[in-house]
Design a protein around this ligand. Structure first.
Ligand SMILES: [Fe+2]
Ligand SMILES: [Fe+2]
Length: 354
């Protein structure tokens, strides 16, 4: 987790909250990917959902997100590296003005670019991809192509995503690996992921000493090895350096309203309700619908402007008739405990004045 000093500096920024959320989502999706028995559809949906959130949430008009990722190292190195590479790829992809589907391919490829390194995965469906690997050196040399196969054959992503993964160590001057391909064989999307991965490794090497340190090192590398990098991407990063450092959007502690809608799992009719209170794993709500304990519902709610939770599964556990309304106790179907944790954090921070 981040150091207290860095955390204090960024804690009030909306982008910091976003980053904490991205990290929690990335942690949960990689755990599912590398664990036995997880549903492939659920894993793919989690990847697609995080990719969408990153594209929406990482703003390339200011350096706010970038200030956070260049200053703070979060928990697990693999997850932190994958997530930050994806976040940098959003900045690069938006700067390159990629059309939507290409941007999605780049960010998905960046998020998954090193999955070919996870030979220790407990997911039996991934084991065959590593069957011929005899040594750590061989794994390092072949992880881009193994990753490309996992992404296309196991996860079912399209060839653009798979190619971003397979080519993330290929360099324009032909000195990359594993195929040592040149210039036009490396697509702009592959170049974006290559540069994002390079940039993230540079952050690690420069010990997260801030964006200025990063830009100095990156521009030095661009000057020293001009043939390895795409000049258009170099220009994107140079221009990005000039953007304002901080977004003016920041949270204020205010009382905010909790609104919600739900539908039962056998119907898509949306029914508004009022959340009376909620804590980590449960809630009370009031609505006009009659339901029995055991009914499963899917609920979406928003905490003011701060956060929206979509499609949370809940189960009714208590029912009281209350005049012409009904009051229900419900529990969240919160497999990883992540939702409960997030709710507690948001409520304490933004709803209850402390
Ligand atoms: Fe790699
Ligand atoms: Fe990497």
């Amino acid at each position: 987790m981040p150091s207290d000093k860095a955390k204090l500096r960024f804690a009030r920024l909306r982008a910091f909250e976003d980053f904490e959320n991205f990290f929690a989502l990335a942690e949960s999706l990689f755990l599912s990917l590398f664990r036995q028995g997880e549903s492939l559809i659920a894993i793919k949906r989690a990847i697609e959902s995080l990719t969408t959130k990153l594209i929406e949430g990482v703003d390339d008009k200011n350096r706010c997100c970038f200030e956070i990722i260049t200053n703070i190292e979060f928990g697990n190195r693999f997850i932190s590296h994958s997530l930050k590479t994806a976040m940098i790829s959003v900045i690069i992809g938006k700067g390159m003005q990629l059309q939507d589907s290409k941007l999605v391919a780049v960010v998905t490829g960046a998020l998954l670019h090193d999955v070919g390194k996870m030979q220790s995965s407990n997911n039996p469906f991934m084991t065959p991809f590593f069957s011929k690997i005899k040594s750590p050196q061989e794994l390092k040399a072949r992880h881009p192509s193994i990753g490309g196969s996992i992404v296309s054959e196991f996860l079912g992503f399209n060839s653009e995503v798979a190619q971003c993964v397979s080519n993330h160590h290929e360099q324009l001057d032909g000195t990359g690996y594993p195929r040592k391909i040149f210039q036009s064989d490396i697509s702009p999307l592959d170049r974006a992921v290559f540069t994002a991965n390079f940039a993230e490794n540079l952050l690690e090497q420069s010990k997260y000493e801030g964006s200025e340190q990063f830009f100095t090192s990156a521009l030095y590398a661009f000057e020293k090895f001009p043939l390895k990098f795409d000049p258009a991407i170099k220009k994107v990063l140079q221009e990005f350096r000039e953007r304002p450092a901080m977004s003016r959007r920041s949270y204020e502690r205010v009382d905010i309203t909790l609104t919600a809608n739900f539908h039962t799992t056998d119907s898509y009719r949306v029914i508004p309700c009022r959340i009376l209170d909620l804590s980590g794993g449960g809630a009370r709500m009031r609505c006009r619908e009659i339901m029995q304990p055991g009914t499963n519902i899917v609920i979406s709610f928003a905490i003011g402007h701060a956060m929206t939770f979509n499609d949370v599964s809940c189960k009714i556990v208590r029912h009281f008739v209350e005049g012409d309304a009904h009051q229900y106790g419900m529990v969240f179907q919160d497999k990883n405990g992540l939702l409960g944790e997030k709710l507690d954090r948001y409520l304490h921070r933004y709803v209850f004045k402390s």
